[in-house]
Ligand binder design. Structure first.
Ligand code: SAH
Ligand code: SF4
Length: 443
């Protein structure tokens, strides 16, 4: 979601004549889009801002050029007005639902007004006020839902992003069309609880994610689709069946369970049991037998015993994830779990994380090795690290590197997989771009 927001900020400022630069010394405006989800992410904000400040002061000293600094994102929401007082060199501070105000606040600042902060919550106003989107590559993100009402006991999202909101179906279709016209071929639908989507159609009727996916699948040029992040108990049968019926829907699903212990899930205020989760997985596999599953895990949640953790390890093996993210529990101010007794010592959290990550890596390696010798369709999305190399994604969201000419960037090609590691695949091209119509649309 933060990548999506950052790109929208970029689109917005381009509409006001700005160009993108990665060189701080060259920037008239520096934007730091922040994340508050774990302590580590928040800590990074201050070191990054230190770099920004230094670059701003140097530019003024050397060239007498003014540099504006804007801070956006969830840390703003969490810190409130204190942020401006603490950071005198910052010009504009905007919460995650207010970044569309950036040009206006910068203009006011140029006229001599004081640094300002805006942190209200109305997401609908933001989407209406933003500049028209454009694809930033063949794989594009599209936010369909924002915010969260679940209040998991460890999580800051409901406090920083606000309550759940779904965009109207019409707006989403229009945005998807713009993305496809400007080069997108693969669209990832985004939402903190994307499968809680309940946007209105043109007749004011509430529609769910399964409906939206089927509508988007009718659009010309949309070759692949996925959605993230889903809440396990909101995987409806209709959505599950979409994985069988909608050919563009990738055989991949990120479905975070967080823990394999029902006791811990309850303490986390996750509203499902491991049994329900496994039933959903069975249904998904019945609908799409080759589906690759992924998850998030938190280790060392308050009260997590060795046995609770072992239950997580056993669940990971039972499900056989193709990939997964795992984190040490991070105490977030203002959340119920942060004041729970029985906080788990850091050392134990670290030991558990290492064991879980080793297990996940071994499963990832297995899933990747199963691809060796197979021919699969890859969307080439970026230049590789090595010269002459391009990287892209398999239908199962695996990272694939191949040697291919630069002009194939943005195309689908068939690749025979030769080698696999836990994190990526390498292969060789087996034919030219998959379909000629694909090539023509590349532009
Ligand atoms: N809405 C999604 C998750 C969004 S946050 C869901 O419910 O699955 C992304 C991930 O960050 C979460 O899945 C969780 O694993 C992790 N996370 C959130 N808060 C955390 C915390 N306080 N400590 C450690 N990990 C956390
Ligand atoms: Fe946070 Fe996800 Fe829980 Fe919402 S559902 S509170 S975003 S972890």
């Amino acid at each position: 979601m933060n990548v999506y927001d950052s790109l929208r900020i970029l689109d917005l400022m381009k509409a006001f004549g700005y160009e993108e630069t990665m060189d701080l010394a060259d920037a008239d405006l520096m934007v730091l889009n922040t994340c508050h989800i774990r302590e580590k992410a928040t800590d990074k904000v201050y070191s990054e801002l230190g770099r920004f400040r230094e670059a701003k002061e140097k530019r003024w000293a050397n060239e007498r050029k003014q540099t504006r600094i804007a801070v956006t994102g969830c840390v703003v929401q969490a810190m409130g007005e204190g942020m401006l007082q603490k950071l005198s060199f910052v010009d504009v501070v905007l919460g995650p639902q207010r970044y569309h105000l950036l040009p206006q606040l910068l203009a006011e600042r140029e006229k001599g007004s004081r640094p300002k902060m805006e942190a209200d919550f109305s997401a609908d106003e933001k989407f209406d006020a933003l500049a028209p989107v454009q694809a930033h590559g063949a794989r594009s993100f599209l936010a369909v839902q924002e915010g969260c009402d679940k209040f998991c006991s460890y999580c800051v999202v409901p406090y920083t992003r606000g309550c759940e909101y779904s965009r109207p179906v019409k707006d989403i279709i229009e945005e998807a069309k713009l993305l496809l016209q400007s080069g997108a071929k693969d669209i990832t639908l985004l939402g903190q609880n994307v499968n809680a989507f309940h946007g209105e159609d043109e007749n004011g009727k509430e529609r769910d994610l399964g409906y939206l996916i089927r509508k988007l699948a009718e659009l010309d040029g949309l070759k692949r689709m996925s959605y993230v992040t889903s809440y396990p108990s909101q995987m409806t049968d209709d959505l599950i069946v979409a994985h069988k019926e909608v050919p563009q829907l990738m055989p991949y699903l990120h479905l975070p369970i967080q823990s394999g212990s029902d006791k811990i899930l309850k303490a986390m205020n996750r509203r499902y049991t491991t049994r329900l989760y496994e039933e959903v997985v069975d249904k998904l596999r019945a609908a799409r037998p080759d589906i690759a599953l992924s998850s998030d895990f938190i280790v060392g949640f308050p009260g997590e015993t060795d046995e609770d953790f072992e239950q997580t390890m056993r669940l990971v093996e039972r499900i056989g994830y193709a990939s997964a993210f795992s984190f040490k529990y991070s105490r977030r101010p203002g959340t119920p779990a942060s004041v729970m007794k029985e906080q788990v010592p850091e050392k134990i959290k670290s030991e558990r994380l290492i064991r879980l990550q080793e297990l996940i890596l071994s499963l990832q390696k297995k899933a990747n090795e199963a691809m060796v010798g197979k021919t699969t369709e890859i969307l080439l999305t970026e230049r590789g690290k090595k010269k002459g190399q391009l990287s892209g994604y398999s239908p199962y969201m695996q990272n694939v590197h191949i040697n291919a000419p630069e002009e194939l960037l943005g195309s689908f090609i068939c690749v025979k997989i030769k080698q696999a590691t836990a994190t990526s695949l390498t292969g060789e091209r087996t034919d030219s771009a998959l379909s000629s119509s694909d090539d023509k649309k590349k532009g």
